[in-house]
Design a protein around this ligand. Structure first.
Ligand code: KIV
Ligand code: ZN
Length: 514
């Protein structure tokens, strides 16, 4: 008998906690729709108490998604739990995930609480969550460094209080696979009411062991894995969904469970998340990296041509590599565009919006022959950021770059509705353009990251640029896409400055008090 392995995706919550990975409401809904298509069982949509924007985003995901359970995170506090309950009120299927730290180091320094008080707070939180739903998950944060007897005691108590999923996080990515697997086995064997809950794991990748630890836990009885697309997440990230799913699927000889994931949606979802967050996928990344199925060396190519199984353990098309078909072009009409967008889960709110997107689409199709799904996603992200009330807008950009000459950029910006222009030199055209923008805006922000990726193949591809800026302790990323990478770079810089000017304060779930 094959058990079900529940896939709990936390890209929109833990993934978004990576500095610079914040997403807008529209982007979160777009990713959530793709996760639903991927057949993820549970989508952790965010931490609603963090800010009004986070609340609205969790609510929008809960109101949209029909086939996956939507979950919200809450510290073990009444205010947090009530806010999750409120955000999830419209969900088809809702889950509240509440947590409190249980390791000696976290209890002493972060919470300044005695273990008895931690246990009492956890039980109260689960009971509070039960006012809203009977689908309750409890996590003893930093379980990977907690004392075994205390873990057993608190888990038994929260199950008695109504928790139906017990998630064991290796919060700091400290555990080793054999040790973590044996922890899960011992917990299940020693907690008297363990059969009343599903055991889950949530591993961080600080030592590169998040997937290994998760799989070892599954071999020892865990039946839910928390993971993220592309392994996005705090610090070195979380366990990567695509690696977990494909390891279990490919090695059915070693596992007694399987997921219901539609693996053909893996690559499109991975690209969408990478495009929206601006976190590129390394070429040699398992499953979703550009080289994951490329056979470079002659010996490998020869083997694969004779019999695929000589060097390939999975088929590229099974994880969605072949789905990247050319779809639209210069002669495609509004209906073709609308239909393709709907296929991608993008519903435009009005005919006016469709006209706006269509205009941009035609403009792009004039410069680029084939328009792929990735181009459409980039276009949608761009249209979504082009609000009338945007503080800074790019009016025009001219760069002069020539062998033996210092590159120069002439930039015209509209700032709060007033046009300003300037000229700047730089070590290259992008540097000159950024300096010119800074001359006009004077943000004082420090450039933390600048990266360019081609959205699709070929030299006519749009360049997808990510800029990450830091100012007064805040780190914000922005993006821009264009077939001209200097223009894409200027758009990305301006997009980041506009996000920065919104000055949204967010609370982090794992810092501060309970
Ligand atoms: O890493 C962690 O411990 C978490 C918890 C909130 C589950 O993200
Ligand atoms: Zn985490």
């Amino acid at each position: 008998m094959t058990d079900k392995l529940i896939i709990f995706d936390t890209t929109l919550r833990d993934g978004e906690q990576s500095p610079g990975a914040s997403m807008t409401l529209e982007e979160k809904v777009r990713i959530a729709k793709n996760l639903e298509k991927l057949k993820v069982d549970v989508i952790e949509a965010g931490f609603p108490i963090a800010s009004v924007g986070d609340f609205e985003a969790v609510k929008a995901v809960a109101d949209t998604i029909k086939d996956s359970t939507v979950c919200g995170l809450a510290r073990a506090m009444n205010g947090d739990i009530d806010r999750v309950g409120e955000a999830l009120a419209g969900a088809n299927s809702a889950r509240i995930h509440t947590f409190i730290a249980t390791s000696p180091i976290h209890m002493q320094y972060k919470l300044a609480m005695e273990p008895d008080k931690v246990l009492e707070t956890a039980v109260k939180a689960v009971k509070r969550a039960a006012k809203f739903t009977d689908n309750i998950e409890f996590s003893p944060e930093d379980a990977g460094r907690s004392e075994f007897d205390f873990l057993c005691e608190i888990i038994e108590a929260v199950i008695n209080a109504g928790a139906t999923t017990i998630n064991i996080p290796d919060t700091v990515g400290y555990n080793l696979p054999s040790q973590f697997g044996s922890l899960i086995k011992r917990l299940i064997e020693n907690i008297p009411n363990s059969d009343k809950a599903i055991f889950s794991v949530h591993c961080h990748n600080d030592l590169g062991l998040a997937v290994g630890n998760s799989l070892s836990a599954v071999m020892n009885g865990a039946r839910q894995v928390e993971c993220t697309i592309n392994g996005l997440g705090e610090r070195a990230g979380n366990a990567s969904l695509e690696e977990i799913v494909m390891a279990v699927r490919t090695r059915q000889d070693a596992f007694t469970c399987d997921t219901r994931i539609d693996t053909t949606q893996i690559v499109p979802t991975s690209r969408l998340v990478s495009g929206i967050t601006g976190f590129p996928i390394q070429p040699n990344k398992a499953i979703v990296g550009a080289n994951a199925f490329a056979h470079e060396s002659g010996i490998h190519q020869d083997g694969v041509l004779k019999s695929r199984e000589t060097y390939e353990i999975m088929r590229a098309q099974d994880v969605g590599w072949d789905d990247n078909k050319m779809i639209l072009g210069k002669h495609s009409g509004r209906n073709a565009l609308r239909t393709r967008l709907l296929d991608l889960g993008i519903e435009l709110e009005s005919e006016e919006k469709l006209n706006e997107v269509f205009k941009q689409f035609k403009d792009l199709a004039d410069r680029k022959h084939d328009i792929f799904d990735e181009d459409l996603h980039a276009l949608i992200s761009e249209v979504a950021t082009l609000h009338d009330d945007e503080k800074i807008k790019l009016v025009s950009l001219k760069v002069c770059s020539e062998t033996g000459e210092t590159p120069k950029a002439i930039v015209v910006l509209s700032v709060d509705g007033e046009e300003h222009s300037t000229v700047s030199e730089g070590s290259g055209p992008v540097d000159a353009a950024f300096k010119a923008i800074e001359n006009l805006v004077q943000s004082r922000a420090e450039l933390k990251l600048y990266s360019v990726n081609n959205i699709t193949k070929g030299t006519d591809s749009q360049g997808d640029v990510t800029v990450r800026l830091s100012l007064d302790g805040r780190i914000i990323s922005g993006q821009g896409a264009d077939t001209d990478i200097v223009i894409a770079s200027a758009k990305a810089y301006i997009n980041t400055l506009n996000k920065m000017s919104q000055n949204i304060q967010k609370e982090h779930p794992q810092l501060g008090d309970v």
